[in-house]
Design a binder for this molecule. Structure first.
Ligand SMILES: C[S@@+](CC[C@H](N)C(=O)[O-])C[C@H]1O[C@@H](n2cnc3c(N)ncnc32)[C@H](O)[C@@H]1O
Length: 195
């Protein structure tokens, strides 16, 4: 991650999700009809991945991204059935679940946390695509070292004192390198706060 620059890896992940909609067979593993609206199909990044999309290595990389997305969303559906009401995506990048959420997610409070530069860039892309953030979404900038404070501020439950019942009501995913800036102690502190 470079300060003041949106995440490069989040661009690649979004390109893979977009390519999955057009170059992979049906049924799709992850039906993400918004991904292509957040990427620039004239960019070199996209064109290179399109040109090599049938290569075995490219298919594996694309599968990795769409499978982990599908798995997380399936688990989220099960978690909602168990009573989960808060969903945090740490290092959200250009992920689109909140903007294409199914009706079963409407009772959910969704939090997207990301580096300020990536988040500002995503907001611009959403606005340019005419995509309006849903009312059950809270966007939060975060720096790994301040994550517990940030979660408390945005209302991701009460991160220090929660009952077992409250703890069961939260679901958290981290996909990518959102925890990369934390040392072991900070990861432990974060996990104690949210799991
Ligand atoms: C590999 S991308 C994954 C994006 C998204 N989860 C996806 O699968 O499309 C990693 C994400 O973590 C965020 N991230 C990486 N390092 C970060 C840091 N030090 N502070 C905050 N966010 C960070 C990036 O901005 C980026 O959105």
């Amino acid at each position: 991650m470079q300060e003041n620059q949106p995440s490069r890896t989040s661009i690649y992940a979004a390109i893979f999700r977009a390519l999955h909609q057009t170059v992979d067979e049906d049924p799709k593993i992850l039906a993400d009809w918004i991904a292509s609206r957040l990427i620039d199909v004239s960019s070199g990044d996209y064109q290179v991945r399109l040109a090599e999309c049938e290569q075995p290595r490219a298919r594996v990389a694309r599968s990795n991204i769409v499978l982990r997305g599908r798995y997380a969303e399936d688990c989220l559906g099960e978690a909602i059935a168990r009573g989960v009401r808060q969903f945090l995506v740490l290092g959200a990048g250009l992920e689109t679940f909140a903007y294409r959420q199914p009706p079963w997610a409407s009772a959910l409070q969704i939090f997207e946390a990301d580096h300020p530069a990536t988040q500002a860039w995503k907001k611009e892309k959403l606005a340019m695509a005419g995509i309006i953030p849903p009312p059950n979404l809270t966007l939060s900038r975060f720096r790994p070292t301040q994550i517990v404070t940030t979660l408390r501020r945005i209302g991701f439950s009460r991160v220090e004192h929660f009952t077992p019942e409250q703890a069961r009501q939260r679901y958290f995913i981290e996909r990518g390198d959102g925890l990369a800036g934390l040392d072991g102690g900070q990861v432990t502190q974060l996990m104690r706060a949210i799991v």
